[in-house]
Design a protein around this ligand. Structure first.
Ligand code: ADP
Ligand code: MG
Length: 229
């Protein structure tokens, strides 16, 4: 069964004078444990696509099913609940909380969403920090660590609630090449190891080589799907 399926998905942004067709007639299927990226130049529809998967916006027309839920039909409250239960997010500018330590940032979603006993919470946070090679940085404040380290902490944070899908819009855009590479490798490793599907966007050709499944967007049209064997 597919984790995400889209059929005839179109998104038109309607503004006062003009209509912008951000996505046209998108059809695709994404499965469990896949490492997927949307590539294409600025304005090609990558962010719009990820926002639809993330239940942050609705298509103008078409069907989107995520984990067998028809997300187009969900109301505002149901969408928020769905996000909290099934999805994780990683952002271009990290979105970590500066007044908290690395450890506290990773722990934060667990404190907010699930009422886990303290010891289990601690075990989980430490094991995720270990996975992203950030255990030795756990007591640092966010302004004391590098961009690459911030993004690795953000990956751990996205995984604390055991989401089936992690969405990342241009997660390496603010990183130097080596850090970007490390972040991509880490996501790829985790997609295999813990079975989470990572879906992200990039326009960095150096990174594209590392991706298993590449969807190319041009002016809102899915022009190519390439899968590495
Ligand atoms: P990308 O992430 O690939 O740069 P986007 O999905 O952000 O592409 O944008 C696709 C198209 O939709 C662009 O033409 C952009 O200007 C337009 N667009 C994106 N968001 C909005 C919005 N909120 N209102 C109006 N137009 C938008
Ligand atoms: Mg974008």
């Amino acid at each position: 069964m597919s984790l995400i399926s889209c059929d005839k998905v179109t998104k038109i942004y309607k503004m006062a004078e003009v209509q912008i067709r951000a996505l046209s007639d998108i059809k695709l299927e994404i499965f469990s444990s896949q490492f997927v990226s949307f590539v294409g130049p600025s304005g090609s529809g990558k962010t719009t696509m990820l926002n639809l998967f993330g239940c942050l916006d609705k298509p103008t027309s078409g069907d989107i099913r995520v984990m067998d839920t028809d997300i187009v039909k969900l109301n505002y409250v149901e969408r928020a609940k769905f996000r909290g239960e099934h999805l994780g997010f990683i952002f271009q500018n990290f979105n970590l909380i500066p007044v908290l330590t690395v450890y506290e940032n990773v722990e934060y979603p667990l404190v907010m969403v699930k009422s886990l006993p303290r010891e289990e919470r601690e075990k989980k946070v430490l094991s995720l920090l270990d996975e992203v090679e950030m255990l030795d940085q756990k007591d640092k404040m966010i302004n004391q660590i590098s961009g690459g380290q911030k993004q690795r902490a953000a990956i751990a944070r996205a995984l604390t609630t055991d989401p089936k899908i992690v969405l990342a819009d241009e997660p390496t855009a603010n990183l130097d090449h080596d850090s970007a590479y490390k972040v991509i490798h880490l996501m790829k490793k985790l997609s295999r190891k813990i079975g989470t599907t990572f879906i992200f966007s990039t326009h960095d050709p150096k990174i594209v080589k590392e991706i298993d499944i590449i969807y190319t967007l041009e002016d809102g049209v899915l022009v190519n799907r390439q899968e590495k064997k």
